[in-house]
Write a protein that binds this ligand. Structure first.
Ligand code: CMP
Length: 140
């Protein structure tokens, strides 16, 4: 299996509860390596651009408001089959539907305050990584 990269965000509900380390530990235990990481306060424009694919969804405004409500940690993760590996350890979008042992089952508060974002495809991973990181900021 090829070593690939994916993009992750530790969301404001997790940074607010001081769970950055707990989330990162779960990622590392799952075989992912953090090869870039930055704690930022996302701007409204950044949030709207990042989630642009959801612009027509009823939850779009609330989602963007939530993402700018506190610090987030944007990360690049590397590992074998990184996109799927990360999705497996994150668990289902709605923590109520997430499997035991996943980040969202153990740590998330709700479908909106669900602690982490992870890319859903290799193509989107490349786009999302480039949205926040320059190539020389990623050190594998
Ligand atoms: P994320 O993986 O960051 O991608 C889009 C986000 O929208 C998703 O996680 C959820 O946190 C959020 N969201 C809020 N409400 C909904 C909903 N009803 N269905 C799907 N995603 C939702």
């Amino acid at each position: 299996m090829a070593v690939t990269r994916t993009f992750s965000i530790i969301k404001p509900d997790a940074t607010r509860r001081n769970l950055t380390g707990a989330v990162t530990a779960k990622l590392e235990e799952a075989g992912l390596r953090v090869v870039a990481s930055r704690r930022i306060r996302m701007s409204q424009a950044q949030a709207e651009g990042f989630y642009g694919v959801h612009r027509e969804r009823p939850f779009f405004a609330d989602l963007c408001a939530f993402m700018v409500s506190g610090p987030v940690v944007v990360q690049v993760l590397e590992g074998e089959n990184a996109v799927q590996r990360n999705r497996d350890v994150m668990g289902a979008t709605n923590p109520a539907n997430a499997d035991a042992g996943t980040i969202r089952k153990e740590l998330a508060e709700s479908i909106e305050a669900n602690s982490v974002h992870g890319s859903d495809s290799e193509e989107n991973a490349a786009t999302e990584i480039a949205y926040f990181f320059k190539p020389d900021e990623i050190v594998g």
